[in-house]
Design a protein around this ligand. Structure first.
Ligand code: HEC
Length: 111
């Protein structure tokens, strides 16, 4: 009986695992684009709360885009933030950022 319970819990753990497709895609964007400048990847994401990230990523990431466009130091990212590549992926990126926000209780399992 105990064995079944164990298997059941194991299955439950995998099924409810937060690494779903959108988060995975968001993670890819993050490591490809953002980590270039924001090196401490996972700590960087965990600096903000779910609420902060949601606000920044509202309306296809307008907030995040603005922060970078007015920052001269972020000039290298302007092309990206202005491109369709960015607006197309903001949903995934948001899912990823929110998933690993400070108050989400999740720790990224990425490497
Ligand atoms: C070309 C370099 C560069 C890239 C690429 C870049 N950023 Fe930034 N980012 C900056 C700079 C410079 C600032 C402003 C200075 C600061 O606060 O560190 C900034 C500021 C920010 C801020 C606000 C600062 C804070 O701590 O509140 C957030 C949030 C942020 N970036 C997230 C991202 C995300 C998410 C991506 C990927 C889509 C990204 N950045 C890509 C350079 C970059």
């Amino acid at each position: 009986m105990k064995k079944y319970l164990f298997i059941f819990m194991l299955t439950y753990f995998f099924v409810s695992s937060p690494m779903n497709a959108a988060i995975y895609k968001g993670h890819k964007v993050f490591t490809r684009v953002c980590v270039k400048c924001h090196t401490s990847g996972q700590f960087f994401v965990a600096k903000k709360t779910i609420y902060n990230w949601k606000k920044l990523m509202k309306k296809k990431g307008q907030g995040l885009k603005k922060i970078h466009l007015k920052e001269k130091k972020a000039k290298k990212s302007w092309k990206y933030f202005r491109s369709k590549k960015y607006t197309k992926k903001t949903k995934h990126l948001k899912d990823f950022l929110v998933e690993y926000a400070k108050d989400s209780g999740n720790v990224p399992a990425c490497n």
